[in-house]
Design a protein around this ligand. Structure first.
Ligand SMILES: Nc1nc2c(ncn2[C@@H]2O[C@H](COP(=O)(O)OP(=O)(O)OP(=O)(O)O)[C@@H](O)[C@H]2O)c(=O)[nH]1
Ligand SMILES: [Mg+2]
Length: 324
């Protein structure tokens, strides 16, 4: 059996090997991805994002336990079904790595022993290429390997969160009291990418005030403009205790239903594929173009624009001259 075939049968060791090949960017990994691509598209991709230390990993752990033990009710009247869960932790500090406190490690251990849970940590700090470009193939491999739901945890503010939201079907934004975060979140436009908003650490002082300001901020966004449109729920959790996790799982199931019912999932998939192809095509065309140019010509043109000898428009006309 080939590596790809073994991945498709759910062999964990082969999956781990494949992910290493993919992350190192070698050709075997790329070829495997091409072969796996027809088997992707089934997983529900869920981004979990927010400022550092808000409790994302703890919440991801608890949510995963819930999805394993209770499952998700995927449509009205259906029995909840335990899901196979993949976790991709991007730039993790804890508890996916050594930084974990003891309690977190113990919690992680029972997840780690579960054959239907797969956890992959990715370091991206200092890595080349955008976050979405580097995360996407890893998520695709997990998708092809048959994980029903893939949680993608990212730290950071602004651009990387927006990128992840673009790759995910559902984006959970996690906030916590006491960071002045509710104000920051509003400023950074993070609320706009949230499909589900979580105020974690609801046990801490200041939780009520944070809840009120998040609620006010959501209301500022106004009610959904059409009937049947998604209205972002605000959920309080205490991830360390698992409080609020069933409510979060329920919101996730509802959003999944909403995406499917309204055709929004297809729309998101389509715009994602278009954006990806667009970006790859630009990159390729530019590389191809530059290969056809005499050495240093492009740089010379840049210099002349900098020296105000020609305008950017004139530069393009000049570079394009002689092309079919
Ligand atoms: N009081 C309280 N502490 C919590 C809660 N959830 C998480 N914590 C603690 O907050 C700390 C950070 O939790 P993590 O889950 O590592 O947070 P994170 O957002 O994943 O952190 P980064 O990945 O570093 O951004 C840990 O010490 C957790 O035990 C909560 O609901 N209440
Ligand atoms: Mg974390």
């Amino acid at each position: 059996m080939s590596l790809v075939e073994r991945v498709l049968t759910g062999d964990r060791l082969s999956l781990a090997r494949l992910l290493t090949a993919i992350e190192s960017g070698d050709e075997a990994g790329e070829n495997a991805l091409d072969e796996l691509y027809p088997y992707t598209g089934n997983a529900h991709l869920v981004g979990v994002t927010g400022s550092t230390g808000t409790g994302k990993s703890t919440l991801v752990n608890q949510l995963t336990r819930h999805l394993r033990q209770v499952g998700l009710q995927e449509s009205a009247g259906a029995e909840p079904r335990p899901l196979k869960v993949g976790i991709v932790a991007v730039d993790p500090t804890s508890p996916f790595t050594g930084g974990a406190i003891l309690g977190d490690r113990i919690r992680m251990r029972d997840l780690a022993g579960d054959p239907e849970v797969f956890i992959r940590s990715m370091a991206t700090r200092g890595a080349l290429g955008g976050l979405a470009e580097r995360t996407r193939p890893v998520v695709q491999a997990l998708d092809a390997a048959g994980f029903d739901l893939i949680l993608i945890e990212t730290v950071g503010a602004g651009q990387s969160e927006v990128e992840i939201a673009r790759t995910a079907h559902t984006t959970i934004v996690v906030d916590a009291p006491g960071l002045g975060d509710e104000v920051q979140a509003i400023k950074a436009g993070i609320l706009e990418i949230a499909d589900i908003l979580v105020l974690n650490k609801a046990d801490l002082p200041g939780a009520e005030r944070a809840f009120a300001s998040l609620q006010a901020a959501l209301r500022l966004g106004g009610p959904p403009d059409q009937e049947g449109a998604w209205s972002v729920p605000l959920i309080q959790t205490v991830a360390t205790e698992g409080d609020g996790v069933p409510t979060l799982a329920e919101a996730l199931a509802r959003h999944h239903g909403y995406l499917t019912r309204t055709g929004e999932r297809e729309r998101r998939e389509r715009s994602r594929v278009e954006a990806q192809l667009d970006q790859m095509l630009r990159q390729r065309l530019k590389e191809h173009f530059l290969e056809g140019q005499p050495d240093g010509r492009y740089q010379q043109v840049v210099e002349r624009v900098l020296a105000r000898q020609i305008s950017p428009q004139q530069a393009i006309v000049e570079l394009m001259e002689g092309l079919p």
